[in-house]
Design a binder for this molecule. Structure first.
Ligand SMILES: C[S@@+](CC[C@H](N)C(=O)[O-])C[C@H]1O[C@@H](n2cnc3c(N)ncnc32)[C@H](O)[C@@H]1O
Length: 216
């Protein structure tokens, strides 16, 4: 099920033509060719916008793939910021380094190959943003780790939190993954909603993006 009607998404994307940079177009073409699940341009702009709106300087991504979402965060934090990218696949580090270097966006990046939540634990200090896009069974643990590491006024952002509508339970959607992934997403969504330190909601764009602002 499409959360955002394709015609609406095409319309929004059409308005984002100013971002037609050669490297971004290459990254989007690779995703299309390989069926690799990048967040896409409509969400990418939202990531940059949210990061800029809180003046984010220190960001960690859990599950970076080959750097597409990182492209937008790097634009926001700038060359003197700190952007930690994480992925279990070393090939993704090579690709991210190549793409983001050519885009002039590598300067703030430190890439950690291995488990994303372990990388978060290995770093000290708080973050302005923890962004989560790992394998979905890991979402509850990622939230538990992230919620303590976000500064007051910072954000937890998480992709795929509507999971093509499966979280509603009202849809007869063929599972293409382990059904426990849906349960894990629901568990995390419920935990975020009941955490009184955070003001949160799910933006119904693309596959659903949680945005949670730390208040206390
Ligand atoms: C959906 S893709 C990320 C896409 C990326 N956020 C973007 O929009 O460009 C998920 C990535 O997370 C990685 N991944 C999944 N679970 C992980 C984990 N527990 N630790 C580190 N990487 C993980 C996968 O290798 C994959 O590249």
């Amino acid at each position: 099920m499409d959360i955002t009607a394709p015609a609406v998404e095409d319309y929004i994307r059409g308005l984002l033509w100013r971002h037609d940079e050669p490297v971004l177009l290459e990254m989007e073409a690779e995703a299309k060719e390989r069926g690799f699940p990048i967040v896409g341009r409509m969400v990418g702009v939202v990531l940059e916008l949210l990061a800029r709106s809180i003046g984010a300087r220190r960001v960690i991504e859990l599950g970076s793939g080959y750097g597409y979402s990182g492209y937008w965060f790097s634009r926001a934090v700038g060359p003197d910021g700190e952007l930690h990218l994480t992925d279990g696949d070393p090939e993704n580090e090579k690709k991210a380094r190549d793409y983001l270097t050519r885009a002039g966006l590598w300067d703030p990046v430190q890439f950690h190959v291995g488990d994303a939540v372990s990388a978060l634990h290995s770093l000290s200090g708080d973050f302005d943003i923890v962004y989560c896009d790992i394998d979905k069974y890991g979402y509850p643990e990622a939230w538990r780790a992230a919620r303590e590491r976000i500064r007051v006024g910072g954000l937890f952002i998480c992709d795929n939190t509507l999971w093509s509508g499966r979280v509603t339970g009202a849809l007869d959607v063929e599972e293409f993954r382990d059904p426990s992934w849906t349960e894990a997403i629901k568990e995390m969504n419920g935990a975020i909603a009941s955490d009184e330190r955070y003001l949160s909601t799910i933006l119904p764009i693309r596959d659903g993006d949680t945005v949670a602002l730390r208040l206390k």
